[in-house]
Design a protein around this ligand. Structure first.
Ligand SMILES: Nc1nc2c(ncn2[C@@H]2O[C@H](COP(=O)(O)OP(=O)(O)OP(=O)(O)O)[C@@H](O)[C@H]2O)c(=O)[nH]1
Ligand SMILES: [Mg+2]
Length: 372
């Protein structure tokens, strides 16, 4: 090896090396963010909020689709309740008008059949004693809990002039199948955000987006501590989320390696609004078989800790901290470095304020830890 003037070949090699390095640097500047979590936890709702915040507005075509889905969601909501009334054997309490309304509803084949006349009957049915009895036992069957908002507004939704707005778009339930992604510019950084389907049969597809991930937002349905999976009625949803989190947080794709640091993990304890409502009116955490063994002892210690620190020791805070402790316990190094936040994905103000803090953590992590 000499130190003399470089040959044209050596010069070209140097140029190519420089180009590769530049390309790698530019690639590194792209922040790859995955939204992971079980089905119905709220991933797509957060994805929609992010797209809206950073300029990707829903198209007219999408809103027409949402309008139709809202109508379908409200029909499915009432059908699920009527099925439950029958399954629970509480139909003997029904009035003749209720029986007719149920029969009419069960014949409805599509969203276009939701007429104002049917809507009126559905609203009366929803407020009837029998349906409310079934509603109180909703953990025993599958229903989208947030769709009380739709049934209360069914007269407006059934009106031919109804067009869904962005709030409705956040509330609507459309199951994700496969992987969606969107490139968004956030604070001068390019984020590639991935939204995946969370039901069990969707999870095997996730691996296709596991390379080169900067950060993961793992979404948990906090209010689902008393519910079972749609795809497996023997499995408690919160327990499934904890087991899934154990797999993800310990996956070799995301843990630290000699040539790269670990993927940044944030956990959104979502559906805080439904969680608080459920703690007031539904079963308590210590009544659920999966949690009753150690919840009370955790709550005792946690209450004393929070009170001594002069902090909010409400049932919701203690419940949230209890589940956070379960997630930490299954993560590597006791969940060190993992950020937990309570969220309400259907509330734009809430998501914006939580995201404003989280995005800084992600960008700083990408810039300093990953050295891009
Ligand atoms: N009240 C309330 N409803 C929520 C919240 N987050 C999500 N939802 C509703 O819960 C339902 C499921 O949310 P999605 O965002 O579709 O859930 P997902 O995780 O994308 O589900 P998959 O696509 O099956 O994996 C929708 O009807 C949402 O509107 C929340 O914080 N509060
Ligand atoms: Mg989804």
């Amino acid at each position: 090896m000499g130190c003399g003037p470089s040959s044209p070949e050596a010069e070209r090699t140097r140029e190519i090396d420089k180009d590769i390095k530049k390309g790698q640097k530019e690639d590194n500047r792209i922040i790859k963010l995955l939204l992971l979590g079980a089905g119905e936890s709220g991933k797509s709702t957060i994805f929609k909020q992010m797209k809206k915040m950073y300029g990707a507005q829903p198209t007219d075509e999408e809103m027409v689709r949402v309008t139709s889905y809202v109508r379908e969601n409200v029909i499915n909501f009432m059908k699920a309740l009527c099925d439950a009334v029958q399954d629970f054997g509480i139909d003997h309490l029904q009035s003749e008008a209720d029986v007719q309304a149920v029969n009419e509803l069960m014949d409805v084949a599509g969203p276009e059949e939701l007429t104002p006349a049917l809507a009126e009957k559905l609203l009366a049915l929803w407020h009837s004693d029998v349906v409310q009895q079934a509603w109180r036992r909703r953990a025993e069957f599958q229903i989208i809990e947030s769709h009380t908002v739709f049934i209360e507004r069914v007269m407006e939704i059934a009106d031919p002039s109804y067009h869904a707005n962005f709030e409705d778009m956040l509330l609507v339930r459309i199951k994700t199948s496969g992987i969606r992604n969107e490139a968004l510019e956030i604070d001068s950084q390019v984020f590639h955000i991935y939204d995946v389907g969370g039901q069990k049969n969707e999870r095997r597809k996730w691996i296709h987006c596991f390379e080169g991930v900067t950060a993961i937002i793992f979404v948990v349905g906090l209010s689902e501590y008393d519910q079972v999976l749609l795809e497996d009625p023997t499995k408690n949803r919160m327990m499934d989320a904890i087991e899934l989190f154990q797999e993800i947080s310990g996956s070799p794709y995301f843990t630290e390696k000699p040539d790269r640091p670990a993927t940044k993990i944030l956990v959104f304890m979502n559906k805080e609004d439904l969680f608080k409502q459920k703690l007031e009116t539904g079963p308590k955490i210590n009544q659920i078989p999966e949690w009753k063994e150690d919840f009370d002892s955790f709550a005792d210690i946690e209450t004393r800790r929070l009170q001594a620190a002069g902090q909010d020791a409400s049932e919701a805070v203690i419940g949230t901290n209890y589940f956070i402790s379960k997630f930490r316990a299954v993560a590597p190094k006791g969940g060190e470095g993992i950020v937990f936040r309570s969220t309400i994905a259907i509330d734009p103000g809430n998501v914006r304020s939580v995201w404003n803090v989280c995005k800084i953590a992600i960008i700083e992590y990408a810039l300093y830890e990953l050295g891009s």
